[in-house]
Write a protein that binds this ligand. Structure first.
Ligand SMILES: C[S@@+](CC[C@H](N)C(=O)[O-])C[C@H]1O[C@@H](n2cnc3c(N)ncnc32)[C@H](O)[C@@H]1O
Length: 301
């Protein structure tokens, strides 16, 4: 595997690789952006190959490994590639993810983005909004939790908080994919609030994002709240998405917007889930023209 990447991974005396805990701010932003690009291209390739995320390589192992070992930061042109070339590209993407430190380093970058020096813990906004309500011993589910020391945990408002993440960095965070969390069998498995900050934009396909939003409604008690955060460019600078579209999708899922705030980098919402959803579909359609737009989108099928 080639050397380089965002972090040099020095070896400890025991030869076990370890990851430094800090990154330069410029690298942090670059790493987060690149990680999302890699995940998006991986999702496109898997779709083209008709493979799921737990794919078995079988006869493709050699060609995948060739890509993996030759990974270097490159742009991905996927049109017109045959099966073997797609598998090689898949290897390159996985190789680059591994070389850059994978989800672990992405989380370090995200945690640094949260630190007061370089941004803020987004749950501060949640507490500012929610503390005005007279909630009786509310329960919360935090999807995509980086730390049990965020304001949502320290504010003392919640009776209990269930924290989950694809990669747990703390014993108080359950390692779990929300999309695989068993569906509630009774109200005891549901919550008064879900916090989902900067997670839906992490999901690599517009359909997957819609599925995640839909699934959240299964875990909410009637009249429960959803605190939701996206990077601002998702609604301010996307070819396929904007705040109006966001609100239409949420309304179709049964949500009413209680609060909305845009900071210089993030868009925050507080929704209340008031009724079961009316089934509606939202396809990927061009809403804003322009060559410098991003392609963020949420699709409901
Ligand atoms: C950018 S971080 C955001 C963390 C934090 N909520 C914040 O606002 O800064 C996104 C986190 O979501 C987690 N995540 C993404 N998809 C997930 C899923 N399906 N289930 C659980 N966690 C997920 C990732 O592992 C990552 O730690």
């Amino acid at each position: 595997m080639k050397k380089g990447g965002f972090l040099k991974r020095p070896r400890s005396i025991t030869q076990k690789p370890f990851t430094p805990k800090t990154l330069k701010p410029k690298n942090t932003r670059k790493l987060i952006r690149r990680y999302h690009v890699l995940l998006k291209n991986k999702s496109i390739i898997l779709k083209k190959l008709n493979w799921d995320k737990d794919f078995q390589l079988g006869k493709w192992e050699k060609i995948y490994k060739k890509g993996f070992d030759n990974a270097n930061e490159q742009l991905f042109k996927l049109d017109g590639l045959n099966e073997a070339q797609l598998v090689e590209k898949l290897g390159e993407i996985d190789g680059e993810i591994e070389k850059n430190g994978g989800l672990e380093v992405y989380q370090i970058a995200s945690t640094q983005g949260q630190s007061n020096k370089r941004g803020s813990d987004s749950s501060k906004k949640l507490i500012e909004w929610i503390e005005k309500f007279d909630l009786k011993d509310p329960t919360a589910l935090e999807i995509g939790c980086l730390s049990p020391e965020n304001v949502i945990s320290t504010c003392g408002i919640f009776k209990s908080i269930t924290r989950i993440d694809l990669h747990s960095q703390h014993p108080l965070i359950q390692q779990q994919d929300f999309m695989e969390r068993p569906l509630p069998t009774s109200n005891n498995d549901k919550f008064n609030l879900i916090s989902c900050s900067l997670v839906v934009n992490f999901v690599d396909s517009p359909q997957g994002r819609g599925e995640m939003l839909k699934r959240m409604t299964e875990f909410l008690l009637p009249q429960a709240y959803l605190f939701f955060v996206l990077p601002l460019p998702c609604i301010e600078n996307s070819r396929y998405f904007n705040n109006e579209r966001m609100l239409s999708i949420m309304e179709s899922l049964g949500f009413v917007q209680l609060n909305h705030h845009n900071s210089t980098k993030l868009a925050y919402w507080l929704f209340q889930w008031t009724k079961p959803m009316k089934k509606r579909t939202f396809k990927k359609v061009e809403l804003n023209k322009g060559s410098n737009k991003n392609n963020f989108c949420i699709v409901l099928e």
